[in-house]
Write a protein that binds this ligand. Structure first.
Ligand SMILES: Nc1nc2c(ncn2[C@@H]2O[C@H](COP(=O)(O)OP(=O)(O)OP(=O)(O)O)[C@@H](O)[C@H]2O)c(=O)[nH]1
Ligand SMILES: [Mg+2]
Length: 289
């Protein structure tokens, strides 16, 4: 099936990420609860081991964003898996106010000890300080905006929108810390990296879109064959590369008479990212250790 490497993926850990990690370390002392922001389509690959290590002794809540794009059955299984491992977890569409009820409840539970400690020390009404951390483009800034009911943080559908740490104080009860998306240095360049690339956490210009889309099509043929039929029609070739060509042909990704494979790749990847291939999760909780 698809290749196991992304060519040219050498600079996945640009210097500014190392700097951000150091800055987060400095802010951490002030933080009561960490929101571990994962992408519901790739819960395993979106766990950043550096962030896990950094926040080892902190109260954590796992929030899987982009629930609207993920496979609902798999999302439920992922939630149970995190809970089994002792991590309170929920999945949300981070743009929706109605989905913040569960987030507020989990934050309240995670900060219970801190509030009781404050009370014992005679401290009243000190705000709960919450940090959102995770990979680029996962929806950290979006969820903090929704929680604060104000669009004060910049968001955008590409990795690396947030460049520095930023506290916001939407009301007297909470303080929210937005942080830049972080990858980690020693990434193998296998499947996890492909998944991070497909969901848009790695800059597109360092990716080989063709191998990426062939990998995606191969995965869909196994796991969600109906997704390809619904989007591109019946009678697609069995070979992923040929299927890519055919999808390009049917969708008009042409250069003259020929299929423009680069345009076809971009088209298929965009169809996935935007949900036009349906609600798809690339990773199973059973494969995660
Ligand atoms: N469909 C969907 N889109 C979402 C969701 N959450 C965030 N997005 C979109 O994902 C993109 C990235 O969101 P951001 O909040 O900028 O992501 P971030 O984690 O802050 O990214 P960096 O600052 O680059 O690390 C934006 O286009 C959001 O609108 C969600 O739950 N569902
Ligand atoms: Mg951001």
């Amino acid at each position: 099936m698809g290749p196991d490497k992304i060519e040219g993926a050498v600079n996945w850990y640009p210097g500014h990420m190392a700097k951000s990690l150091r800055q987060m370390t400095q802010e951490l002392g002030k933080v009561d609860v960490v929101l571990m922001i994962l992408d519901a389509r790739i819960p395993a690959s979106s766990i950043n081991p550096d962030i896990m290590k950094l926040t080892e002794n902190k109260k954590k809540v796992v929030l899987m964003t982009k629930k609207d794009l993920a496979d609902p059955g798999k999302t439920d299984r992922w939630i149970r898996r995190f809970e089994e491992k002792g991590m309170p977890a929920a999945a949300v569409d981070s743009r929706k106010q109605s989905e913040m009820t569960v987030v507020r409840r989990l934050v309240k539970e995670a900060s219970k000890e801190k509030r009781e400690r404050d009370l014992r020390r005679g401290i009243k009404n000190r705000p709960v300080r919450i940090m959102a951390a995770g990979i680029p483009n996962a929806g950290k800034s979006t969820i903090l905006n929704t929680l604060s009911r104000k669009a004060s943080l910049k968001t955008g559908n590409k990795p690396g929108v947030t460049r520095g740490e930023q506290w916001i104080t939407p009301d007297k009860d909470i303080m929210l810390l937005d942080t830049p998306g972080l990858l980690w240095p020693k990434q193998d360049q296998g499947r996890g990296s492909m998944d991070l690339a497909l969901t848009g956490s790695i800059n597109d210009d360092i990716l080989d879109l063709r191998s990426l889309s062939i990998y995606l099509i191969g995965f869909l043929m196994d796991a969600y064959p109906e997704a390809l039929v619904l989007r591109y029609g019946d009678g697609m070739p069995d070979d992923p590369e040929e299927a890519l060509r055919e999808a390009g042909r049917r969708r008009g990704a042409l250069s003259g008479e020929e299929v423009d494979m680069r345009a076809a790749s971009a088209l298929v990847i965009n169809d996935f990212r935007s949900g036009r291939l349906g609600r798809i999760t690339l990773e199973e909780p059973e494969d995660w250790t």
